[in-house]
Write a protein that binds this ligand. Structure first.
Ligand SMILES: *Cc1c(COP(=O)(O)O)cnc(C)c1O
Length: 370
């Protein structure tokens, strides 16, 4: 049988015709980057869509993390999670900050607020949690601790595009939140990202920092970097914003089918939607309990691959297991038992807007037929 490979994700692409029309406008104006008309439109449109006061676009999702730390003048130690994409911790490294890993909560995959206080030292300056898979962190508990110890909170919200709790954007939590619009994410601008902030003054400062620190033709206010988004990708992003709701709904339907089919499979655990949360279905992680399931995570993962169903072991290995970070005293398995277990049991099933009924059946059959 000649079947297509099912990939873990597939980029949401705007119609080529519509994109061409926007490109024509860009060509006519000859304004291709530096806060052009599409850039301004996309920032405004995203602020409205995401229900946040201010958005600053970036060229990817890593540079706003690095820039947020710079803008808040974070130094010393920052408390973070090992269960994320490696960019979260790299952003600390790029600022000369020591990461301090804290374990996660099995119910969400996010940092466990109950374990944060024990990791605070006189050198702690901030907490950098991740809304992993778009699951909201316990932002109230985190803020209470941050306020008690005078720490800043920067959320890596790369997975949390459009996620709301009780009608309010999760992106309003903490001092700043950052997004990634990489091709693999729910909403993409090919490469791209953004920072969300609460006030105009911060927005202005961030806009300087992402453009070398320029605050005018001849004035440089800080050693900024170049992390601007260009007009082509801003235009592409405007078009994708119009279809992202439909794409999220298509993902939702896939999640419903997965849950129906896997509910009674012994040894396969997954999460249900949380009450009051508007999810974005960015990922569908399952956790393979080898003893009950009769197969290890890796056995299932490679069996799926043989059948050309490509899941991903997000997030394995843990960031704390990479050579750069494994020497840190907080990087041990004893300190991170929940994260260690999750990293060893997780497979993210294929999840995107273009999965067909047939694809979903094929994926499910890999898992239920042992
Ligand atoms: C994708 C991602 C990033 C990095 O975003 P890029 O746009 O690829 O630079 C950062 N953190 C998390 C959790 C991510 O998933």
């Amino acid at each position: 049988m000649n079947r297509d490979i099912i990939t873990v994700t597939s980029p949401l692409l705007p119609s080529l015709e519509d994109f061409n029309e926007y490109l024509r406008k860009i060509w006519d104006s000859k304004w291709i980057t530096n806060n052009g008309c599409f850039h301004q439109q996309l920032e405004a449109a995203l602020a409205e869509y995401l229900k946040v006061p201010y958005v600053s676009l970036f060229t990817n999702g890593t540079l706003p993390l690095i820039t947020a730390l710079q803008a808040l003048r974070i130094s010393g130690e920052v408390i973070t999670t090992p269960y994320s994409f490696v960019a979260t911790t790299h952003a600390l490294w790029w600022n000369g900050i020591k990461p301090v890993f804290v374990d996660i909560d099995w119910k969400t995959g996010c940092i466990d607020p109950n374990k944060i206080e024990a990791a605070i030292t006189p050198k702690s300056t901030a907490i950098m949690p991740v809304h992993v898979y778009g699951k909201p962190c316990d932002v109230d508990a985190i803020q209470t601790i941050a306020d008690k110890y005078g720490l800043k909170v920067i959320y890596d919200a790369a997975h949390a595009f459009g996620v709301e709790v009780n009608g309010k954007s999760i992106l309003n939590a903490g001092d700043m939140s950052t997004l990634s619009f990489h091709a693999t994410k729910v909403y993409n601008t090919i490469e791209g990202g953004a920072m969300v902030m609460h006030d105009e003054k911060t927005k202005k400062r961030i806009d300087y920092l992402k453009n070398f620190g320029f605050a005018g033709e001849t004035e440089v206010v800080a050693p900024g970097i170049n992390s601007k988004m260009d007009e082509m990708r801003s235009a592409y992003g405007l078009l994708n914003l119009k279809q992202v709701d439909a794409a999220i709904e298509a993902r939702h339907q896939v999640a419903i089918k997965y849950r129906e089919a896997l509910r009674d499979v012994e040894g396969i655990e997954f999460w249900d939607d949380l009450p009051g949360v508007k999810h974005n279905y960015s990922y569908f992680p399952i956790f393979v309990h080898a003893e009950q399931y009769g197969m290890t995570r890796d056995e299932l993962y490679f069996k799926m691959r043989e059948q050309e169903v490509l899941g991903r072991r997000y997030f394995y290995p843990l960031i704390s297991d990479f050579t750069t970070y494994r020497g840190l005293s907080s990087a041990t398995r004893e300190n991170l038992p929940v994260a260690t277990k999750m990293a060893e049991e997780v497979i993210c099933l294929p999840m995107h807007h273009a999965l067909s009924e047939e694809d979903v059946t094929r994926i499910i059959n890999c898992i239920i037929r042992k």
